[in-house]
Design a protein. Sequence first.
Length: 100
Amino acid sequence: MKIKLIGDPFTCRGFKLAGIETIEVNDDSDLRTIFQETIDDQELAILFITEQKASPIKSLIEEQKMDSEIPLIVEIPDKDGWQERGKVLNLINRTLSIDI
């Protein structure tokens, strides 16, 4: 099973160091095609995507999450941090039963 990241060049460099296959996206006009080609990979188990790259294709991502459990799609922050910090803190609180 594969793990991949769709993101900006800075985030991709960090994930490459961890041995994860990355797809650098500089022009968001290709994002929809890149996302679709990536999730069509039958060996893909987890797809990380930065929030900035996920934002323009949010409806496509939500549709994929509703239609299939695999690949697991996880939105992560880029170098600028979380765009939806409250959502993340809520998830941490529910998961770990702690208050941050």
